[in-house]
Design a protein around this ligand. Structure first.
Ligand SMILES: Cc1cc2nc3c(=O)[nH]c(=O)nc-3n(C[C@H](O)[C@H](O)[C@H](O)COP(=O)(O)OP(=O)(O)OC[C@H]3O[C@@H](n4cnc5c(N)ncnc54)[C@H](O)[C@@H]3O)c2cc1C
Length: 380
């Protein structure tokens, strides 16, 4: 309790993923100092590839990172929709909310997004404490909160922003009545490969209960995802991953065989059960506010989870710089963010549920995506 009474304007950000890093950058832009604690020691991103939609790219413009992203991302103006044999039946133009020449959709390696953000965090001199997390958040008073960190230090912060992802430990302590993440009923397989010659566009192959996305990346790379409703959520034994993956990929034509032949090792295959979560407001208690996947986790059907996290950060940075008392700031944040997050989470889940139904693809799916993207085009 030795620190009680001391004033500080420093904010503690818990989690160094897209939400946490973007939050710290947006705060720095607003003149609010912050520090990040990141539980992992090596600080590498999970996953393989990622796509950012146009509105999140607008948020990246506000964070000053758009140019750096263009250098590491591959633009996609259309998604080709194909049958399982690779025959194209539609091309879906992607919504652009930015300048007409800007790419509406950017595919990149997860590592590239991470490196762009880390470079900006470092350029701005934001302290990052790796292998450290919060042991205890003390009682809040009018000007701050005392936090005990796992490195043994007890520090006083203006407030805490928890960006510790879908399995947020902070959520469990700060919002004990929040719902838990739920299984969406689908799993996703992912792999990286070299892009086969002739594959220039983001291509989806629809094969009943399994669908594949082939996302060309810069430098001849490819990100493959495969949504699957034919297997349960438990991760299969590691030594069976390749065989189970190839069994499913084997039903596809087009560029799929040229990708399949490159994948020869269980270690190349990533498997994950899809989860979803939308926490009803409030997203804060005491002087702790949750953002990103910690309060809204979406299935990847709209490729918008990181997008929401980046937008959260921009809005929070704006509010943090306004000098509002914490409670008012947090409530204003939730008011601006909840409906948008709900829309993405619930509509993505709807797409997932339609994909789990037997029979041909639901004709409402493209309309739902189009309507959602049109709504998300509005300023945040
Ligand atoms: C299969 C799949 C595909 C996806 N594809 C896309 C896509 O194409 N486009 C898109 O926009 N989104 C996509 N997403 C969603 C996106 O990955 C997430 O929404 C995004 O990573 C959320 O960012 P976050 O910072 O909130 O959480 P995370 O990315 O989970 O980051 C949380 C960070 O906090 C750290 N941490 C955890 N616990 C603690 C703790 N107790 N203390 C300190 N640190 C902690 C973690 O190590 C991590 O660094 C996809 C998701 C999945 C599952």
């Amino acid at each position: 309790m030795a620190y009680l009474g001391l004033m500080t304007t420093t904010v503690l950000v818990v989690g160094g993923g897209p939400a946490g890093m973007a939050c710290a950058i947006a705060m720095a832009q607003a003149g609010v100092p912050s520090e990040i604690v990141e539980i992992s020691e090596d600080w590498r991103p999970g996953g393989i590839g990622i796509a950012l939609q146009s509105a999140p790219l607008r948020a990246m413009k506000q964070l000053g990172l758009f140019g750096a992203l263009l250098a590491v991302g591959r633009p996609h103006r259309f998604i080709d929709m194909c049958g399982a044999d690779g025959t194209r039946f539609a091309e879906v133009p992607q919504v652009n909310v930015n300048d007409p020449d800007d790419p509406p959709f950017l595919g990149m390696a997860r590592e590239s997004l991470h490196e762009v953000m880390v470079a900006e965090v470092q350029r701005r001199g934001i302290p990052v404490h790796l292998g450290v997390t919060v042991r205890r958040i003390g009682a809040a008073d009018d000007s701050g909160v005392e936090v005990e960190l796992t490195d043994g230090r007890v520090r006083r912060f203006a407030y805490v922003v928890a960006a510790d992802g879908v399995n947020s430990a902070t959520r469990a302590s700060a919002l004990p009545h929040a719902p838990e993440p739920a299984y969406a009923g689908q799993v996703i397989w992912r792999a990286a490969a070299k892009c086969p010659p002739g594959l220039d566009r983001y291509t989806m192959l629809i094969g009943g209960p399994v669908r594949v996305g082939l996302v060309p990346l810069p430098d001849g790379g490819l990100y493959l995802w495969m949504l699957d409703t034919t297997i349960g959520p438990e991760r299969p034994p590691r030594d069976q991953l390749l065989e189970l993956f190839q069994e499913r990929l084997g039903r596809f034509g087009g560029a799929a065989p040229a990708v399949a032949e490159q994948l020869t090792d269980n270690a190349q295959i990533d498997f994950r059960a899809l989860q979803w979560l939308i926490v009803p407001p409030p997203w804060h208690s005491g002087r702790t506010l949750l953002i990103g996947d910690a309060v809204h986790t979406t299935t990847p059907h709209m490729a918008y989870g990181a997008g929401l996290a980046l937008e959260d950060a921009v809005v929070l940075g704006e509010l943090a710089g306004s000098g509002l008392p914490f409670d008012e700031m947090a409530t204003a944040f939730e008011t601006r963010r909840f409906e948008r997050a709900r829309l993405v989470v619930e509509n993505s889940l709807q797409l997932s549920r339609w994909e789990q139904e037997p029979g041909p693809p639901n004709p409402g799916a493209n309309r739902l995506v189009g309507e959602t993207m049109a709504t998300l085009a509005a300023q945040i």
